[in-house]
Design a binder for this molecule. Structure first.
Ligand code: ZN
Length: 150
């Protein structure tokens, strides 16, 4: 096969090209799209999984950044800080890992650090350590009438 024939074949509408590397897919099943399993995996990583990973990475970056700010505050001996000062440090109040309303207070966690959220401050900033381990003991089953409603 000379170069001209190859070009003619590549222009043929019936020729299937691997969407990853562009090579002509000229064997296998009629509906075969990729030249190899490697190209198939690379293609799906790039098109299907990468956007999801980027989205998760973005959220995790905020979470880790917030956690580092809280960690610095604890190490500075700060357990209570004005929210505006926190925002000034680059903290993003939208990112945390749990929030719980308990006896009129908003209790939040950012990974292994807990704090209480008020309208103007966060306070009682602390490492959770044992508190997290104890959490499953506090789990109370929801009333059965709330489960498996038709
Ligand atoms: Zn390929």
């Amino acid at each position: 096969m000379n170069l001209l024939n190859q070009e003619e074949q590549q222009q043929d509408r019936n020729v299937v090209r691997c969407p990853q590397c562009g090579k002509v897919v000229n064997y296998g099943r009629v509906d075969r799209r990729f030249c190899s399993i490697t190209c198939k995996n690379l293609y799906h990583n790039r098109t299907r999984y990468a956007p999801r990973l980027q989205s998760v990475d973005r959220v995790l970056r905020f979470i880790y950044f917030n956690r580092d700010v809280l960690d610095k505050l604890i190490k500075m001996g700060v357990s209570s800080i004005d929210r505006s000062a926190l925002l000034h440090m680059g903290y993003n109040m939208n990112y945390f890992t749990s929030v719980e309303r308990l006896r009129g207070r908003w209790l939040c966690t950012c990974l292994d650090i807990g704090y209480e959220l008020t309208a103007t401050r966060i306070r009682n900033i602390r490492y959770l350590c044992g508190e997290l381990d104890a959490a499953p003991d506090r789990f109370v089953s929801p009333p059965s009438k709330l489960l498996n409603e038709p």
